[in-house]
Design a protein around this ligand. Structure first.
Ligand SMILES: [Zn+2]
Length: 74
């Protein structure tokens, strides 16, 4: 009984590790590593970074402009 739980837990941990590895291997183009906007170079608002968990590469103004441009293109 305990062995079965151990095996299941081990398998879950291995799956999780594999999933994390796959996620890390995926190229993340739209993220700024230094917290600076990739368009204007200004610091991205800390509140914005926190809200998006760092998953943004543009400040709020450039993001709005970028999204508008994308919507126009679509
Ligand atoms: Zn910007």
């Amino acid at each position: 009984m305990i062995d079965e739980i151990d095996i299941a837990t081990e398998r879950m941990e291995r799956d999780l590790a594999a999933a994390l590895e796959a996620h890390a291997a995926r190229p993340v183009a739209q993220v700024s590593s230094d917290g600076l906007c990739i368009d204007c170079g200004w610091a991205i608002e800390p509140a914005r970074l926190a809200a998006l968990r760092g998953c943004t590469a543009r400040c709020v103004r450039c993001a709005a402009r970028f999204e508008t441009a994308q919507r126009r293109r679509a």
